[in-house]
Design a protein around this ligand. Structure first.
Ligand code: DQA
Length: 144
């Protein structure tokens, strides 16, 4: 079982970026917790962060042959990137959409996700714990 966690633009600044919205935990700290949980379950986990749309598209393509599941926080690309949407649709492995904040309770432009329809499911509004929830689901896939 191999899981890839992809974080999109501005998520490298977690911890200092709008802490009232996104919390005070850094991306490194979140990833360390996910690594511990994955390894306890005998799964492999990799992490990727990019602020660039095409790099995220490339990573989704590249992981399709060596990963079993992707956990993706596409950041603001969630709301308008048809390229990332199409990349998710193009690959066969499940992609779980994660947002720290409740995108439905914020500005109107965040309400719509153009990637939700091609993702396995969405976790939003639970802060960093949302990544753990997504990982817990991903780990059940290895038990099929
Ligand atoms: C986010 C929500 C997006 O609207 C925003 O652009 C982000 C982070 C979240 O995790 O809550 O960068 O994906």
């Amino acid at each position: 079982m191999k899981i890839l966690v992809i974080n999109g633009p501005n998520l490298n600044l977690l911890g200092e970026r709008e802490p009232g919205v996104y919390g005070t935990e850094t991306l490194d700290s979140i990833n360390t917790g996910l690594k511990t949980l994955a390894e306890q379950s005998g799964a492999k986990i990799d992490f990727y962060q990019s602020n660039h749309e095409g790099d995220i598209v490339d990573k989704l393509h590249d992981c399709r042959t060596d990963s079993d599941c992707v956990i993706l926080n596409a950041g603001a690309y969630t709301h308008y990137s048809y390229a990332i949407r199409d990349a998710i649709a193009a690959i066969k492995i499940p992609v779980i959409e994660v947002h720290l904040s409740n995108i439905h309770a914020r500005e109107a432009f965040r309400e719509n996700s153009v990637i939700s329809a091609v993702c396995k499911g969405t976790v939003a509004g639970f802060g960093a714990y949302g990544y753990t929830m997504a990982l817990q689901y991903a780990l059940t896939l290895g038990k099929d």
